[in-house]
Design a protein. Structure first.
Length: 382
């Protein structure tokens, strides 16, 4: 009979217990290091520290994800009306929110795009008296698509006339795309009337910016949408799309004008979101909307925005340098590439510069909404 082998238990390896005191010390050091990394360097200027924080966020740090702000709920105006600004033009305006609140002026894009109902929702209606108006020739202003007495400086004068009409002493100025252009022009002309500035999708009306969207540049990124814009113009005129479109949009052939307006307007709308927004494209393709925005934009761009020089808006930053300001720019903005926002930031480091890592041009993209609403929230109690 075979003997059974005895099964011996393997000796247990003794693992020495780590000192809890050492663990606590290391944890404390880790926390201290993390706090130091998250805090702007004391050796940096305040504006540089802000930029450094934005850069870390854009690069994708390991910091906890911040819950993004959204638009405030939809509201209706408590007051609306028309203001006669010349023998030709009267502009539509409306007021929303708190009649006794902090005045804030929303400047729409284009020029010629008119205001969107959602413009009201960038502001806390409990704290702000929200003022929105349609610029000359567009939206609900009358007459539609008119180029008569329609320049940057007519619009600046209209804003000041509206301020006096509404009895506003000073107001926050909020504008994106062309609205950023007009916001800078107005603020630099009347800095004493501006309490804060919020800008998005910076457009400085330089020829390089116009050429990028309407001649060559954006066409390399959206070649599919570009074809419809290109095909309206005969081959022998394609070395200058801007003037070719201007001739058609201001000519006597109404059919040619409408075809050109649709192509121009839809092209811009097709490039406005990080992911093309078909609802937005359909809206910009509607006949009356397209005619207003295409005619007015082309009119302004052919005339270089009626500025005294390409660098006027940058040159005059000194007049508004000390006004609290936030600049919001989508990293992948194709309509107004980030170069312009960066150039503005470089001459105006005192402004709070926010480069949104996952947004295009539209104010209604999630990342842009977050920064814009956050900005108006910061300024509401100043």
């Amino acid at each position: 009979m075979k003997k059974k082998k005895s099964v011996l238990a393997k000796p247990q390896r003794t693992i020495p217990r780590r000192s809890t005191a050492g663990k606590s010390k290391r944890a404390a050091l880790t926390r201290k290091s993390a706090l130091a990394a998250a805090k702007p360097s004391a050796s940096l200027p305040r504006s540089a520290a802000r930029s450094a924080i934005s850069s870390r966020s854009a690069a994708g740090s390991s910091a906890p994800t911040i819950q993004r702000r959204e638009l405030y709920p939809a509201i209706e105006p408590y007051s609306r009306g028309y203001l006669r600004v010349s023998e030709v033009h009267e502009i539509y305006y409306e007021e929303c929110g708190n009649p006794a609140g902090k005045p804030a002026l929303f400047l729409h894009g284009g020029p010629g795009a008119g205001s969107d109902r959602r413009a009201r929702q960038f502001f806390d209606p409990q704290h702000y008296r929200i003022i929105v108006f349609d610029q000359r020739g567009c939206g609900r202003s009358r007459p539609s698509a008119s180029l008569i007495e329609n320049t940057t400086w007519h619009l600046v004068a209209d804003i000041e006339r509206l301020r006096k009409h509404l009895g506003v002493e000073r107001w926050l100025v909020f504008g994106g795309s062309w609205g950023s252009t007009l916001g800078l022009a107005y603020s630099e002309a009347y800095p004493e009337r501006v309490s804060e500035i919020v800008l998005r999708g910076i457009f400085l009306l330089r020829y390089s910016e116009i050429r990028w969207l309407y001649q060559h540049g954006a066409s390399e990124i959206f070649p599919d949408y570009w074809e419809a814009y290109r095909n309206v113009i005969p081959v022998d005129e394609r070395d200058d799309y801007l003037n070719a479109y201007h001739q058609r949009l201001t000519g006597t052939d109404q059919r040619a004008a409408l075809a050109a307006a649709r192509a121009w307007s839809v092209w811009e709308a097709s490039t406005s979101f990080l992911h093309s927004n078909q609802d937005n494209i359909r809206k910009w393709g509607e006949d009356q909307f397209a005619l207003a925005v295409a005619r007015i934009e082309c009119h302004y761009f052919v005339n270089r925005g009626f500025l005294r020089s390409e660098t006027q808006l940058l040159d005059d930053v000194e007049r508004i340098r000390n006004i609290p300001t936030t600049i919001v720019q989508g990293r992948y903005d194709i309509v107004c590439p980030a170069t312009s926002a960066w150039d503005l930031h470089r001459v105006w480091p005192e402004a709070d510069f926010r480069l949104v890592p996952d947004a295009g041009h539209s104010a209604f993209e999630a990342g842009n909404i977050h920064e814009l609403v956050s900005a108006t929230d910061r300024y509401r109690s100043r």
